[in-house]
Design a protein around this ligand. Structure first.
Ligand code: GLN
Length: 317
């Protein structure tokens, strides 16, 4: 399959999504995250795959309607909202765009870089990005996030209250990261309030279908291919996808780009969104993770689909 032009015909995409699901459904490698206690209750057998094209075509297999919390994948879309609100230059200056080479919740990454949050796809950078959204109060900041992510999904997203409470009771590390950023003058809002909004954004419930629609909106110059709404401008998608390519899969971003060749973002509940600019996006969900926190089946299915659908950005034939 060529890497240029549109996705293959719809029926072919259906077949390949079904084949990818069948191929990896019995792969039991990896472990379900349990550092947020409620996440440990996820059924490790869940596996959903959705491909949404910029033409609005939907191609799915498996558990695409099972809700899970978006977790770190929210970072991609909150970053897009921040870019739209305050612009390319200022997010670059306040947050940064370079990979840390370290885990998503690393404190030492901040210390080693003179207090820089480093990039919006690790916890320090994501917390700093949430603080950059223009809002007078914490409630307003949460409303901006919830409304913005809902427009990417094309439906009103809701908070999973149980996961929000479970993470709020155990997120000492994120609170420490926010205080550290504050001590360096790198946080543009109150530390505890910002962590609370960040914890809520991570606890928004989505399914694999939603992730594919959200990703397809980034692939489509900011236009949601199902609702037709221009959610963010095209240049914001370009900026967001560049950061996803270098930082979206944590310290495994280089390997991911080498194998799969797409901007992508993962989250610890087992979601992955992989975006093929101008074509569409893959939304994958399966809770067993590798050591970096990326869904194992999700990664394998994305690798398969990238090859079979001709999505790799770097392939010229
Ligand atoms: N809410 C999670 C945290 O802050 C998100 C992490 C993730 O998905 N990698 O730890």
């Amino acid at each position: 399959q060529s890497s240029t032009g549109a996705l293959p015909p719809g029926r072919r995409v259906d077949e390949l999504v079904t084949a990818a699901h069948a191929r990896y459904a019995s792969d039991d490698s990896g472990v379900v995250a349990d550092y947020i206690p409620v996440l440990g209750q996820a059924d490790p057998s869940w596996f959903g795959l959705s491909v949404v094209g910029v033409d609005g075509g939907v191609h799915e297999a498996g558990d695409t309607g099972i809700p899970f919390t978006i977790q770190s994948i929210s970072k991609a879309f909150v970053f897009a909202l921040a870019c739209q609100a305050i612009g390319h230059e200022r997010v670059h200056e306040r947050v940064g765009v370079n990979n840390t080479g370290l885990a998503f919740n690393s404190v030492i990454a901040v210390e080693l870089n003179a207090g820089s949050p480093m990039n919006p796809m690790v916890n320090p950078g994501a917390i700093a990005t949430t603080a950059l959204l223009p809002a007078a109060t914490s409630d307003e900041r949460w409303a901006v996030v919830c409304d913005g992510l809902s427009r990417f999904a094309g439906r009103p997203l809701e908070l999973d209250d149980e996961v929000y409470r479970s993470e709020s009771e155990t997120n000492h590390r994120n609170r420490a990261i926010a205080q550290l950023l504050h001590s360096y003058g790198r946080l543009d809002a109150d530390a505890d309030e910002t962590v609370d909004v960040y914890t809520r954004q991570c606890a928004l419930a989505v399914d694999a279908h939603d992730l594919a629609v959200m990703g397809a909106t980034l692939a489509d110059g900011g236009v949601n291919p199902l609702t037709g709404e221009q959610v963010v401008p095209a240049e914001v998608c370009r900026d967001t996808l560049a950061v996803l390519a270098s930082c979206g899969m944590y310290e495994r971003s280089g390997e991911w780009l080498f194998e799969i060749g797409l901007p992508a973002k993962s989250g610890v509940s087992g979601g992955i969104v992989a975006v093929s600019p101008g074509k569409g996006a893959v939304g994958a969900f399966s809770p067993r993770l590798d050591a970096a926190g990326n869904s194992v089946r999700g990664q394998r299915a994305c690798a398969y689909l990238s090859r079979a659908l001709g999505l790799n950005l770097f392939a010229s034939a």
